[in-house]
Design a protein around this ligand. Sequence first.
Ligand SMILES: [Zn+2]
Length: 413
Amino acid sequence: MTEYAKFQPWLDWLDQRYDETLDRLKSWSAINSGTGNIDGLDRMRDVILDAFAELDAKTAIIDLPDSEAVAADGSIAPVRYGKLLHFSKRPQAPVRVLLCIHYDTVFAIDSPFQTQRLIDENTLNGPGVADAKGGILTILNALSALERSPFAGGIGWDVILNPDEETGSIGSAPFLAEHARAADFGMLYEPALEDGTLAGARKGSGNFSVRIKGRAAHAGREFHAGRSAMVAASDCVMRLDQLNGKVGETTFNIGKIDGGGPVNVVPDNAVVRFNVRVSNHDERHQAENEIADVIAAINQRDGITAELHGQFGRAPKPMAGRTKALFEWVRELSHDLDLDIAWKPTGGCCDGNNLAEAGLPNIDTLGVRGGLIHSDQEFVKLDSLIERAKLSALILMKAGSGDLPDALKKTEI
Ligand SMILES: [Zn+2]
């Protein structure tokens, strides 16, 4: 019997899950679970709990702490999140794996994109079909196959489904990091590209807001007594933009300026919002220093105060060390399924960045094949539903059979 043949019965078993998986994907896509739609996230969680019951895992529903955001008028407003789902099985097993994906989408309750449509017999269009409800179903199918196999006893697993990834996982990040530290490797279910290519190295990312306060005055009667927050914001924008090209490959993107009001008033309020992408930790520290200098310069302006809010929510994820070893091992395994897994770097980021930062080697695009995510053209290739579940099932069974390469085992710190 070849190595692969011993896993084959449970991989073949997955073929019969196709119809049920497709039905679920359509009905799950029809539930709006935009990050801010707490009711929709509650409904989504209920159907996930129902589906995952077959795994007979220890289940917890976790409240996430509120975070805060700077509103357009410069005030600080609380941000609420949905609840996080955590499933766990065999925590004492010799190998432990963490499987994660988000169950929120970028499509808010008032988005016009709420329906599902077959584009052709292999392509389904709908919110979240690829990003990432197809990924949740991939986890479910892979674990179902594992649990039916004789290799399950050799591997323990945690599944984390978070409700806030699309806004940066600010609420769920501490929980992800805590569980990342306990696992040998991580499997994340963001979609792969349409041709099956995975994301390799990822840039780190931070979202920031600068609150700028000036002094209001009547534009006609006492213009010179005013201190314009809008002019200070413009200065801030130009200084931030000039940082492009100064810190390696780091980019500084000004996304939005809020503020001002009637044109007969010198404006006393403005908020500048920007995103920064860094390739490595050095760039991140340099970028932080440069941003601090810009804020200091704005505070030098007469009658103006500037205050920085925000953070790097995503650390860079380099393709190196145990993460590289994991990719190479999975590529080798994929040949048994007649796949040839390839990967390429991306400027995008996801929870795979957070897991890597916590020391967990991980592949973060083990979900379905699809594309045009975050748009109303989002699609999934339906022949990838079972194909990708088989890939994950093979990884899990192989690791559970005692064949995880030593290089991938967690080293005690
Ligand atoms: Zn996603």
